[in-house]
Design a protein around this ligand. Sequence first.
Ligand code: HPA
Length: 273
Amino acid sequence: MNTYEKLQSCLAAVRAKTNFVPSAALVLGSGLGDFADTQVKTAASIAYDEIAGFPVSTVSGHRGQFVFGYIGDVPVVVMQGRVHYYEGYPMPDVVLPIRLMGLLGAKTILLTNAAGGINYTFNVGDFMLISDHIGSFIPSPLIGENIDALGTRFPDMSDIYSGELRARIRNAAANLGTPLREGVYAQLTGPQFETPGEIRMLRALGADAVGMSTACEAIAARHMGMRVCGISCISNLACGLSPVPLTHDEVKETADRVAPLFKKLVSASISLM
Ligand code: HPA
């Protein structure tokens, strides 16, 4: 089965369970796993393992299901748990869920993640609106035969994180009185955290934060014409900036600690979309 056939088969599997048509999609990163329990008026949910061929996450702290429902008046599909390239799935599988949400009807997508802070002015617990990304260290999810039904072979990426959506998220943050940083997200494959040398390199290249998930998803979504935006939770200072070794536990602890505010920001942002 090629990527497009797999996508169509997953689409049919979802449509066999719900007719819900979302206008916005939301991907929940670390700490936001239970977001849907409190912030979404749920209409339906589908576990990833109920969808044949769908990649299932193996990372602790990532639950695996789609939740369909409403945030305010906005019909949404929420990915509770994502898959990462480092789990061993090929890139087309990593971004399959993103494309699927697009085919289900989502015109807009909000990507969230936990990321390491590279910018010296960032603090642990800050939120960073993603203004742009550096994805050159990961294989493009668009490599291989182009799926013309989704988008063009050579898509433009100049406004990949929509300026209009970013303005709305800034408004949402201002309304909540939540400080919001803004910067460039660099994606590396992981799963090892970076070395101090790699962090110095990324800073020299203009990155403000580093993570292992979001850029490939943004590329796939933009390829199919979705409007994309993203917010990082700075869960730790990047390698070399903190005296203690990095651990996934630190990432989860920070993400869990700031989750109440992150949830408010995400809900408020979606409500404005
Ligand atoms: N590096 C890469 N990915 C991450 C980090 C980090 O420091 N923190 C959370 N995700």
